[in-house]
Design a protein around this ligand. Structure first.
Ligand SMILES: NC(=O)c1ccc[n+]([C@@H]2O[C@H](COP(=O)([O-])OP(=O)(O)OC[C@H]3O[C@@H](n4cnc5c(N)ncnc54)[C@H](OP(=O)(O)O)[C@@H]3O)[C@@H](O)[C@H]2O)c1
Length: 138
């Protein structure tokens, strides 16, 4: 039996034109499908992926934007991604922290958690604030 939707289906038809949304780990699985849905609702979806090849291919697939590689295991990579983002965009509406969540929960990988938090705080320095969304169990 299919899992019932946990949100109002009307939300999935809402026009998100003008909304700038970053999805981490957007080249596969939940991140890819999230990016696909948001792009179908006309949001500007920035695909934050560690592999340029996989990120570019996914962005072409769903109509998102691949800006620069972003590997959460490297603070320098996160800084470089944020710099590239801030050079092109002056606002961020939503950050979807999708990549690496389970590893943080199960392995308590401090470095990954720190980079996710730093990623959020770097992005908070964009001119407009944003809402952060983390994928997690429960
Ligand atoms: N699926 C589930 O049942 C489930 C349940 C509970 C929690 N979750 C969590 O939900 C999230 C998505 O799950 P999923 O099943 O869709 O996972 P997935 O298919 O394995 O996708 C994970 C994505 O994260 C990217 N990623 C991994 N390490 C990264 C890093 N260091 N820096 C940047 N990106 C990185 C991967 O990129 P590459 O292609 O380069 O590897 C991939 O695009 C994960 O955080 C997972 O832990 C999933």
């Amino acid at each position: 039996m299919p899992t019932p939707l946990r949100c109002d289906p009307k939300l999935l038809e809402k026009d998100l034109s003008g909304q700038v949304i970053i999805v981490t780990g957007a080249n596969s699985g939940c991140g890819l499908e999230t990016a696909r849905q948001l792009a179908s609702q006309k949001a500007t979806v920035i695909m934050a992926c560690r592999s340029p090849e996989r990120g570019q291919a996914a962005a072409e697939d769903v109509g998102g934007v691949f800006l620069a590689p972003m590997d959460l295991s490297s603070l320098q990579s996160v800084r470089d991604f944020v710099k590239a983002f801030q050079e092109k965009y002056t606002r961020l509406d939503v950050l979807i922290n999708n990549a690496c969540v389970q590893k943080i929960i199960h392995n308590r990988r401090r470095a990954s958690m720190d980079t996710q938090l730093l990623f959020s705080s770097f992005l908070a320095s964009t001119k407009q604030g944003h809402h952060g969304v983390s994928f997690c169990e429960n």
